[in-house]
Every structure is written in structure tokens, then in C-alpha cells.
Write a protein that binds this ligand. Structure first.
Ligand code: 6U4
Ligand code: NA
Ligand code: NA
Length: 156
């Protein structure tokens, strides 16, 4: 059986902006990303999402909605990544820099796609319009998508 890693990815939004973090280390270093990480034993994916948001961005999320399910494979790597995408407009606290992330608000019309994972420009339009989506992406290295599927779905 192929190993699977379950991860969260959280986006906080307001009327015209979305909060991203510049990843300072590890997977996706140097790119703007949502907040998130590996779900730990004993916590639900939702709990993991809230924990990572707090750890990495310094804010407490409320009423997180699960909006996307993204699966990633990397050529030569047997591990399948299963990324659960959450979105909310409700949070308390002020975004603040952590060891892992430097948070910044971006206007939704001016997103830094050239400094984000290549799949993001494909599914962000669905996220931004409030749809639910499900996708699969096969990467070669960290920059090139060899094939993908992406669907807007009624439920995840
Ligand atoms: P450590 O440092 O081991 O605690 P952890 O914070 O648990 O790490 P990390 O940072 O490796 O996990 O999590 C990766 C993050 O990147 C998750 O939020 C999922 C997200 N991610 C992974 N592949 C992605 C991709 N292709 N596009 C994207 N986000 C991706 O937008
Ligand atoms: Na992380
Ligand atoms: Na983690």
C-alpha cells in the first residue's frame, strides 16, 4: 500500500483580501501559501487546521468550512499527500510572524501566483468564488505539473 499524509491548508479571507504566509522553511519554502500542516495523531483534520493556523499565523479561526480536497503525487515518491482545504472569514487575533510563516494580506485580484505552488492558480478561482472543489495533481519536482484533474463538486 502507498503511504498517505493528511494535511490541512487554511485560508482566512475578508471582503476583498486573503491572508497568505511566506513559508520560511521546509516544504514550499519561499512561496506564499495558506497555513497548515500535518494532522497529528489524536486530532481531527479540523482541529489540526485550527492548531496550524494559530501556530503559523497567530490567529484563532472560527467557523472553518472545508471547501477543497486536493491530492498530490510527486514522481518517484510513493507518498500521496491529501490536503484538506478550509476557508473562513471569521477569526480573532492579529496575524503575526512565526518561525515558519510571514503572514500578509493580498488583494484577491493581485495574488502572487508566480511565487505559489503551480496548482494554486488552477483552483484559486474556485476557492475565491466560494465553490467546493476536488483535485488531483501529479508533480515532477516542485514546479511542473505533468497531469491533473480538477472538479467543482457539490459536496466533498
Ligand atoms: P513541520 O515543519 O514538519 O511541522 P508541518 O507544518 O506539519 O511541517 P508542512 O509545513 O510540511 O507541515 O505542510 C505543508 C503545507 O503545504 C500544508 O498546509 C499543505 C500545503 N501544501 C502542500 N502541497 C501543496 C500544494 N501543491 N499546493 C498548495 N499547498 C500545498 O497550495
Ligand atoms: Na506547515
Ligand atoms: Na505540523
Amino acid at each position: 500500500m502507498v503511504a498517505k499524509k493528511v494535511l490541512s491548508l487554511v485560508f482566512v479571507r475578508d471582503a476583498s483580501r486573503i491572508l497568505l504566509g511566506l513559508k520560511k522553511r521546509g516544504f514550499g519554502q519561499g512561496w506564499w501559501n495558506g497555513f497548515g500542516g500535518k494532522v497529528e495523531p489524536g486530532e481531527t483534520i479540523h482541529e489540526g487546521a485550527l492548531r496550524e493556523l494559530k501556530e503559523e499565523a497567530g490567529v484563532t479561526g472560527h467557523e472553518l468550512q472545508e471547501v477543497g480536497l486536493l491530492k498530490f503525487e510527486f514522481v518517484g515518491d510513493p507518498v500521496l499527500l491529501e490536503v484538506h482545504v478550509f476557508s473562513t472569514t471569521k477569526y480573532t487575533g492579529q496575524p503575526s510572524e512565526s518561525e515558519e510563516m510571514k503572514p500578509r494580506w493580498f488583494d484577491v485580484d493581485d495574488l502572487p501566483f508566480s511565487q505559489m505552488w503551480a496548482d494554486d492558480s488552477l483552483w484559486f478561482p474556485l476557492l475565491l468564488k466560494g465553490s467546493k472543489f476536488s483535485g488531483y495533481f501529479l508533480f515532477k519536482g516542485h514546479h511542473e505539473i505533468l497531469k491533473y484533474t480538477l472538479d467543482e463538486v457539490e459536496r466533498l
